[in-house]
Design a protein around this ligand. Structure first.
Ligand code: ARG
Length: 558
C-alpha cells in the first residue's frame, strides 16, 4: 500500500520508530500528511531536514509529485497523477476484489456477535450487534484473516429456571415466543408477593444443570421455538454466522474448570458463600461471580469457559465481542479473569466494542413498557414498505419483480447503513426520514449513486473505457481519483479500529464527489468521454465493494 511506503520512507528519514501519517479530510493539505516533525523543538527545521533526506533516499520519487511544509511543521504529500490514474487501472483489474489484501494472512479473529436470548423475541437491541458484527466479519475477511463468526446465544442460566418453573406450574397449552416472554414477566410479578418462587426457580435451574431429562425437554422446546423465530430475522437481514454454540454448549467445559485446581486456587468465598474471583489487581473493584451460593454457574463463568474452548479450537489472535456498552463491567471482569487464569496467551487481543443504544426519536430508550421490547421484525417490515415507496418515486419505471427486489435490498440496506454510519460507541436515534433520505448520508443514497454510475456505463455500451487521461483530468476528476485509490487503506483502518463508520463516511464522501461531478459535467459525448466512463466505472465498483462489506446489496438500477 502507498501509505506504508510513505511511512517507511519517513521512518528512515527521521530515524523515528513511530510515524504518524494521516489522510487529511481537506485536500488542500495533500493526499497524506505527517506530524513527525512536530515532536522536536524546531519543527520547521526538522521538517526541512526530513524532506531533504527523503529526496536523497529517492524511494518516493516514483509516487510523490510534491512535498510541502505546512502550518507549524506538518509535512504534506501529493501523489503523482500517474499513480492516481493507475488506481483506476487496479480497480478495473481487480473488480470485486479491489480493496482486498493479505494483511491478516495467517492470523485468526473470532467475532462474537448477534447473540440474542432464547425465550425472548429478537429485539432491536440485538440488531446493532448483528449488523456491526457482520460488517466487522466482512472487513477482516477482506484483509485476509481467518474469521470465525460465533453467535453466542443466551440459552442457559437461572432465567431458564424461572421459565421452566412457570411452565411446570401454569402448564400453558401452547408454547410460542410471545407466551414464553409473558411467562417470564409473570414470574417476576408473582415473585414479588411470593419470594419462595425464586428458590423454586433456582432449584429448577439446578435440575437443568444436573441433566434432568424432563426439565431438559422443556428447555429444548424453548430453544427450538426461539431458533425458528431468529431464523426469520436472519433471513430478512441476510446474515449467517458460522457457528452458534450458545452458552449451554459450555456445560462440560465449565464443570472441568470448576474442578481444576489451577483455577480453584483463585477462587475465594464471597458474599453468602458464593465463589468469586478477586480482580482488584486489575483495578476492578467488583469481583467476578464464578459460582453462585448454590453452586450454579453464571454468565461470566460461561464466558470464561468459552474463551478456553475458543483458544483450544481456533488459537485466535483477536477475539471481538460485539456487545452493547451496558456490559462494560462484565467484559472488563471476564477479560481480566481470563488473563489471571491464563486462559489466553498474553498477546491475544480481547476487544469489547461496546456499542451504544438505539433510542426512540424522543431520545428515550427504544424499548417500551416492562417486558415488551420493540420487535425487530416489525421494524424491518416497515423499512421494506418505506423502501418500496422510495423505489417507485425514483428513476425509471420498474416491473413488479424488480420492485419486490428493491423493496428488500433498499429497505434492509437502509436499516443497516443507518446503524453502521454511527460511531459504534454512540447511541443511535431512530429516524425513518434520515434513514430513507435519497439526498443525504443514507444507504439508499449510496445505492442510488452506484445505480446512477451504472446506468451511464450501460448507456455508453460498446464505448471504450480508457484509463489514461487523454486530456488532463480536471480538479474534480482528480479529487475522485484521490478517493478511489484510498479504499484499501480505509478498509484497514475500519478493521483496525473496529469502526465500520469510517467506511461509511468514506463511501458517502465518494458518492458526493461523484454526484457533484456528474451534476456539472457530461460524461457521454464529452471531450474526455473514455476517461470519464472509466471513472464512473471505478466509482460504481468501489461503492459496490464497500457496500458489500457493510452487508448491503447494490441494485443495478433504482
Ligand atoms: N446474550 C447476551 C445478551 O443478550 C449477549 C452475549 C454476548 N456475548 C458474550 N460472549 N457474552 O445480553
Amino acid at each position: 500500500m502507498i501509505r506504508e511506503k510513505i511511512t517507511d520512507a519517513i521512518k528512515r528519514a527521521s530515524g523515528l520508530e513511530k510515524v504518524n501519517l494521516e489522510c487529511p479530510e481537506n485536500e488542500a493539505f495533500g493526499d497524506y500528511s505527517s506530524n513527525v516533525a512536530l515532536q522536536g523543538k524546531n519543527p520547521k527545521k526538522d521538517a526541512e531536514r526530513i524532506i531533504e533526506k527523503l529526496k536523497k533516499d529517492g524511494k518516493l520519487s516514483g509516487i510523490i509529485e510534491r512535498v510541502e511544509i505546512a502550518g507549524s511543521g506538518f509535512i504534506n504529500f501529493w501523489l503523482k497523477k500517474d499513480v492516481l490514474i493507475d488506481g483506476l487501472k487496479q480497480i478495473d483489474m481487480a473488480k470485486s476484489d479491489f480493496g482486498k489484501s493479505d494483511e491478516g494472512k495467517g492470523k485468526t479473529v473470532i467475532i462474537d456477535y448477534s447473540s440474542p436470548n432464547i425465550a425472548k423475541p429478537f429485539g432491536i437491541g440485538h440488531l446493532r450487534s448483528t449488523i456491526i458484527g457482520q460488517a466487522l466479519y466482512n472487513l477482516y475477511k477482506s484483509l485476509g484473516y481467518e474469521v470465525v463468526g460465533d453467535n453466542h446465544l443466551g440459552d442457559w442460566g437461572t432465567q431458564f429456571g424461572k421459565l421452566i418453573c412457570m411452565i411446570e406450574t401454569e402448564k400453558p397449552e401452547e408454547l410460542s415466543i410471545e407466551n414464553l416472554e409473558k411467562l417470564y414477566v409473570e414470574f417476576h410479578k408473582k415473585a414479588e408477593d411470593n419470594p419462595e418462587l425464586e428458590e423454586k426457580a433456582r432449584e429448577c435451574f439446578k435440575k437443568l444443570e444436573a441433566g434432568d431429562p424432563e426439565t431438559k425437554a422443556i428447555w429444548q422446546k424453548c430453544v427450538d421455538i426461539s431458533l425458528k423465530e431468529f431464523a426469520k430475522v436472519y433471513d430478512l437481514l441476510g446474515v449467517k454466522t458460522d457457528f452458534a454454540f450458545g452458552e449451554s454448549y459450555y456445560e462440560s467445559e465449565m464443570r472441568s474448570m470448576v474442578g481444576d485446581s489451577g483455577i480453584r486456587r483463585h477462587l475465594i468465598t464471597g458474599e453468602e458463600g458464593a465463589m468469586v474471583i478477586d480482580l482488584s489487581q486489575y483495578g476492578i473493584k467488583t469481583p467476578l461471580m464464578f459460582l453462585k451460593k448454590d453452586g450454579a454457574t453464571t454468565y461470566a463463568t460461561r464466558d470464561l469457559a468459552t474463551i478456553k474452548f475458543r483458544t483450544r479450537k481456533w488459537d485466535p489472535d483477536i477475539i471481538i465481542y460485539e456487545v452493547g456498552v451496558e456490559q462494560n463491567l462484565h467484559f472488563r471482569q471476564v477479560f481480566a479473569a481470563a488473563r489471571l487464569l491464563k486462559l489466553v496467551k498474553p498477546e491475544v487481543l480481547l476487544v469489547h466494542t461496546a456499542h451504544g443504544l438505539y433510542l426512540a426519536p424522543e431520545g428515550q430508550k427504544f424499548s417500551t413498557r416492562k417486558g415488551n421490547t420493540v420487535k425487530l421484525e416489525d421494524v424491518l417490515n416497515e423499512a421494506e414498505a418505506r423502501a418500496e415507496k422510495l423505489a417507485l418515486k425514483s428513476g425509471e419505471a420498474k416491473n413488479k419483480d424488480e420492485i419486490d427486489k428493491l423493496r428488500k435490498s433498499v429497505g434492509i440496506g437502509a436499516v443497516k447503513y443507518f446503524d453502521l454510519m454511527h460511531a459504534t460507541g454512540s447511541n443511535v436515534v431512530f429516524d425513518w426520514d434520515k434513514m430513507m433520505n435519497l439526498e443525504g448520508n443514507s444507504g439508499p443514497y449510496l445505492q442510488y449513486t452506484a445505480a446512477r454510475a451504472n446506468s451511464v456505463i450501460a448507456k455508453a455500451k460498446g464505448k471504450d473505457q480508457k484509463f489514461e487521461a487523454i486530456n488532463n483530468p480536471n480538479e474534480e476528476e482528480l479529487s475522485i481519483l484521490r478517493s478511489l485509490i484510498k479504499f484499501p487503506e480505509i478498509i484497514k483502518d475500519s478493521a483496525d479500529r473496529y469502526a465500520p463508520n469510517l467506511l461509511c463516511n468514506y463511501l458517502y464522501s465518494l458518492a458526493q464527489k461523484f454526484n457533484g461531478f456528474y451534476g456539472k459535467h457530461k460524461i457521454i459525448d464529452s471531450e474526455n468521454e473514455e476517461f470519464r466512463l472509466a471513472l464512473a466505472f471505478g466509482v460504481m465498483q468501489v461503492l459496490k465493494n464497500g457496500l458489500k462489506i457493510l452487508g448491503i446489496e447494490t441494485p443495478e438500477r433504482m
